[in-house]
Design a binder for this molecule. Structure first.
Ligand SMILES: Cc1cc2nc3c(=O)[nH]c(=O)nc-3n(C[C@H](O)[C@H](O)[C@H](O)COP(=O)(O)O)c2cc1C
Length: 327
């Protein structure tokens, strides 16, 4: 198995082991909804539907980028796609670098037939933009019939990775060129260390259309990489907690809150804090492993709907205005 393929497989195995999550919290445990004892509506009246990359979502949720590029990834992506279609969630594919390097791996990412109606987002690391042409990126998107491209920023992960890239100069310019030329909109996401306000504004100015904070408090990519390498220790807990990252980035571009979102209640809180949608990776792969993906996803939806009900919020825009206590 080639290097990238075996790394993608290792990532799933390591993330599912104990110890790949941050010890510090997202901050969302310090947030409580102001309970509304008189919601004056029924639970059935809750409708949190929205649009994302021009397609409808029943719930403001995306399964964020995880996998592709090795044999078993195909079954994982197909399970995630079927779940996303059933629940009306968006779906992020894992980094497609492996399929650029080896086109025979393309089929491990192809899931449009299993999720015909929901947004599917392609994925590539920002560092790869320096290597690949717009035509290569265009074919990466079209070969999986994606609605957009996610560019991931992961300088922390790269710095602790055995074979990591450690020169992020010129990345903003490369992102801006992609935004100007690609036929689909671009979302920029972190991978668990969070985005700050300055970065969010620079990305908006570069032509990016959506942001995903992917803050700290969930999967720690430095911890994952430390399990594979002996890089300089001490960065296990590095990163902007998801709650702080949402507060930094809200109001700049349509915002996805992810990183340590583990329940629909976390997701609803992140929206009331200023995000437009929420996203998660680890709990979905964990649920696949446990064989309870559909139950997990349905519970997540119900939790979001109940948060809306108990705050008297009928729609997503009502939920965004729901009052919070921050302790
Ligand atoms: C197994 C696994 C593989 C991942 N691979 C990618 C990837 O290829 N591209 C990417 O942008 N993010 C990747 N991520 C990062 C997630 O999309 C997400 O930003 C991060 O894990 C924080 O969310 P979480 O705490 O819900 O896991 C991966 C996450 C997991 C758990």
């Amino acid at each position: 198995m080639k290097k990238i393929e075996s790394r993608k497989k290792d990532h799933i195995d390591l993330v599912l082991k104990k110890g790949a999550q941050y010890s510090k919290s997202t901050g969302l445990d310090h947030v409580d909804f102001v309970h509304n004892a008189l919601p004056e509506m029924s639970l059935e009246a809750v409708n949190l539907s929205t649009t994302f990359f021009g397609k409808s979502l029943k719930f403001p949720v995306i399964v964020t980028a995880m996998t592709g590029g090795y044999k078993d990834a195909k079954a994982i992506n197909r399970k995630l796609a079927a779940c996303a279609q059933k629940c009306g969630f968006g779906l992020g594919l894992g980094s497609q670098r492996a399929m650029i390097e080896n086109p025979t791996l393309t089929s491990t990412y192809v899931v449009r037939d299993a999720a015909p109606d929901v947004p599917i987002i392609s994925n590539i690391g920002a560092f790869q933009l320096k290597r690949y042409s717009i035509d290569q990126l265009e074919s990466l998107v079209s070969s999986v019939k994606a609605d957009g491209l996610a560019i991931h920023l992961n300088p922390l992960q790269e710095i602790v990775q055995m074979e990591g890239d450690t020169d992020f100069s010129g990345i903003l310019d490369a992102i801006s060129k992609v935004c100007a030329s690609l036929s689909v909109p671009v979302i920029v996401k972190e991978t668990g260390a969070g985005l700050n306000q300055e970065v969010a504004i620079k990305l908006k100015d570069a032509g990016v259309k959506y942001l995903d904070v992917a803050g700290a408090g969930g999967t720690s990519w430095s911890k994952v990489e430390y399990m594979r390498s002996t890089a300089i220790p001490g960065f296990e807990e590095w990163g902007i907690p998801t709650m702080d990252s949402i507060i930094q980035c809200r109001g700049i571009l349509p915002l996805v809150a992810s990183g340590g979102i583990r329940t629909g209640i976390d997701g609803a809180k992140s929206i009331a804090l200023g995000a437009d949608m929420c996203g998660a990776a680890y709990p979905f792969i964990k649920a696949i492993k446990a064989g309870n993906l559909d139950t997990f996803a349905e519970t997540f939806q119900k939790q979001m709907a109940i948060c809306a009900y108990l705050t008297g919020s009928k729609t997503l825009s009502d939920l965004k205005k729901a009052k919070l206590f921050i302790h």
